[in-house]
Design a protein around this ligand. Structure first.
Ligand code: SAM
Length: 380
């Protein structure tokens, strides 16, 4: 079976080749040249470990996973602390992106021949090669934070005949020496804010496409256009990328002291069982709150915590209406804040993600609904 042809058909069916160059680039770039012989897939075994795919052991399974149109190839766990020798637990920290979302993002980038493009998070180079196909290697600048991945990505690109400028470092700082850029595409997710360097290093009319999220929901795909030093645009859809390395949300919970109990204003089943879009929009209003679920059945609970880990709130799903269903540690009742954010979103008529946008200038960042004049920064 021709796995690449199978992937191509799947991507065509998804409608991600909306301009001709994308299909040409898909055909031209050999994805197998950028995927290591061993990587993990986002699927767990019975022990809760991510499965390893090994080319030497099963070439057919390896090719199937490389050309899965919807799943990424996980190439690094816990910043490289886990060796790719078997199934593993941990946090994904690098991957070769799934073809469907990679091409979807490139559609939004509106990349034209000859433009200068900056990529954040080049990893093993597959996506960088697609950019080179469109604009030529000399127009592509890429930054990867991980030294080992930078070296491996450069070697892959060179072997495949591409010679973009690839440097190891923090992509949030851009790369002033090669600026201005006509396009910027990030393959790592920003949390809460657009970096100043990105805005400052773009040419007028330039476009930025980046995954963007909050600790609450890492789910948005944002497209900004630069005009007169102001970056403005909407969320154009959803995606789920790994966080930019320095912006991973905190997981530590500090000394909390005495707890107090209180009542819940709403059914957590209603607030927490929404779509990713609902979570994303609620998260825009409570950007420093993270959540997780614990327990099963009658013991099922929602746990919320703030970024420095100084406030924790737990909410019981079972008999949520009873006094004492909510337990609060620290000065903030985080459940009240989430309920407040959910209520505001309901009062707005439950707008979907594409009705929200951001405008960023030298003075700060504003969130809006439908158009930049309808500022909801303070309301949220
Ligand atoms: C999802 S991988 C994408 C790799 C590749 N561009 C692709 O699409 O196949 C995200 C990459 O971003 C890198 N990264 C994370 N934070 C970064 C930062 N601040 N600057 C540059 N790269 C970063 C990670 O090391 C990782 O390799």
């Amino acid at each position: 079976m021709d796995h690449k042809a199978w992937c191509r058909t799947a991507l065509e069916a998804k409608g991600v080749f909306r301009t001709a160059w994308l299909l040409d680039a898909f055909d031209a770039v050999d994805r197998t040249a950028f995927v290591p012989a061993r990587f993990w897939v986002p699927e767990k075994d019975g022990a809760g470990r991510y499965l390893l795919v090994d080319r030497e052991r099963d070439e057919e399974a390896w090719l199937r996973a490389v050309y899965d149109s919807h799943r990424s190839c996980i190439t690094q766990i816990d910043d490289g602390a886990v060796a790719s020798t078997g199934p593993a637990r941990g946090d994904f920290t690098s991957s070769v992106s799934a073809p469907d979302i990679a091409f979807e993002k490139l559609c939004h980038l509106e990349l034209a021949a000859g433009q200068r493009v900056f990529e954040v998070g080049s990893g093993l180079g597959f996506h960088t090669a697609l950019l080179c196909e469109r604009v030529g290697s000399q127009q592509v600048t890429a930054k990867e934070v991980d030294p080992g991945l930078t070296a491996a990505g450069l070697a892959n690109l060179k072997r495949a005949g591409y010679t973009p400028a690839v440097v190891c470092g923090d992509g949030l700082k851009g790369w002033a020496q090669r600026a201005p850029f006509d396009r910027l595409i990030s393959t790592a997710a920003l949390r809460n804010r657009i970096p100043t360097a990105w805005r400052e290093q773009m040419s007028d009319g330039g476009i930025i496409v980046t995954p963007f999220g909050t600790a609450y929901a890492n789910a948005g795909l944002l497209k900004l256009t630069l005009r007169g030093g102001v970056a403005s645009g909407r969320f154009v859809g959803g995606c789920s990328y790994m966080w930019v390395r320095s912006q991973r949300p905190g997981r530590r919970i500090g000394e909390l002291g005495e707890a107090r109990t209180t009542v819940s204003a709403l059914d957590p089943g209603e607030v927490m069982q929404g779509t990713w879009q609902q979570d994303f929009v609620v998260g825009l209003q409570v950007p420093d709150i993270s959540f997780a679920h614990r327990g099963e059945g009658q013991d099922r609970e929602l746990q919320l915590w703030n970024e420095p880990g100084t406030c924790v709130t737990q909410v019981r799903y079972d008999a949520w209406w009873e006094p004492g269903a909510v337990t609060v540690w620290g000065p903030r009742n985080l459940w009240d804040e989430v309920v407040g954010a959910f209520t505001v979103w309901c009062e707005m008529g439950r707008p979907d993600i594409t009705r929200f946008g951001l405008t960023v200038n030298a003075h700060g960042q504003r969130l809006w609904l439908d158009n930049p004049q309808h500022d909801i920064t303070n309301r949220l």
